[in-house]
Design a protein around this ligand. Sequence first.
Ligand SMILES: Cc1cc2nc3c(=O)[nH]c(=O)nc-3n(C[C@H](O)[C@H](O)[C@H](O)COP(=O)(O)O)c2cc1C
Length: 332
Amino acid sequence: MTMPQQLQGRLRLPIISAPMFLGSGVDLVVGACRAGVVGTFPALNLRTTEDFDGWLTQIETALAEPDASGRRPAPFGVNFIVHHTNKRIEADLEQIVAHEVPLVITSLGAAKEVVDAVHSYGGLVFHDVTNAKHAAKAAAAGVDGLILVSAGAGGHAGGLNPFALITEVRTVWDGPLVLGGALSTGRDVLAAQAAGADLAYMGTRFLATSESLVSQEYGDMLVGHSAEQIVYTPSISTIPANFLRESIAAAGLDPDHLPVPERVDLGHVTNPHAEEPQSTTSTTAPKAWKEIWSAGQSVAGISSVVPVAELVDQLEAEYTQAKGELLAVLGE
Ligand SMILES: Cc1cc2nc3c(=O)[nH]c(=O)nc-3n(C[C@H](O)[C@H](O)[C@H](O)COP(=O)(O)O)c2cc1C
């Protein structure tokens, strides 16, 4: 296990609050960092580079001062889509460099130019992957860490079991590893470490906070759904992703008989988090992400929507308890 030096001593718990389209905004990022875990958001949550610049300034300002006890907030991060269809790559990267964003989470493409640009100011690049093939490519591009998005994750989830994914990726990568997919408790964070990850990547769990951008109805559905009610399908966003069953039904679709998308391969995706559904079934189809809501199987651990500071307190208590129990079992 290897925690990058830039994160050492900066986190209360080894957790990244994962970037979420239409879910993570300034308040969630600032709240997470103030609570002692890495807060992140996707650059494409903003419609323009100017707005992206604005959010970066707000976050930097809010995190500039230590808290009353003198503790520095955790570093924040940005999710950056490195795909030729993202027309803002150059302009957004300029902002990332200008603001010296501490952690850049790249998706869809791992480019050496991006890595070099972020390294120029001492920032970190973590790349998210769902298989060992893409992990090897990202390693070759010089990234600092890999985020393994396993089965059951919110958003565009992988299809592999986390143990299988970690074991395969470890054959091509011995650097920092982040595990994501269906983690919802402090015990899960400890389990991710036991499995060989340095950090846990939690999205859905942080969506159920008062600081996230989701509506009250969305929050209620996160609380009300069981893991079994999460629907994994390529039909809604072209790439296989997990959605709340009731939101699919509320949008007038039958969760058990979803249309088969005509194109499912990444090379054809215009924007993986586009607001318009990319399946070509109907021009009046409900909007993915905005009307059909994503969540992972980690809804299993969500029983209420709470302030992010409270959530991190709870995760810490669970983590500490699980650690004590595990040490007792191991006889130490
Ligand atoms: C509503 C929602 C939106 C998401 N949007 C993005 C995104 O814009 N970029 C990205 O890299 N991942 C996105 N994800 C995936 C998360 O970053 C992360 O991989 C995932 O939430 C981890 O699994 P978990 O939800 O089970 O914790 C999204 C997830 C959710 C639930």
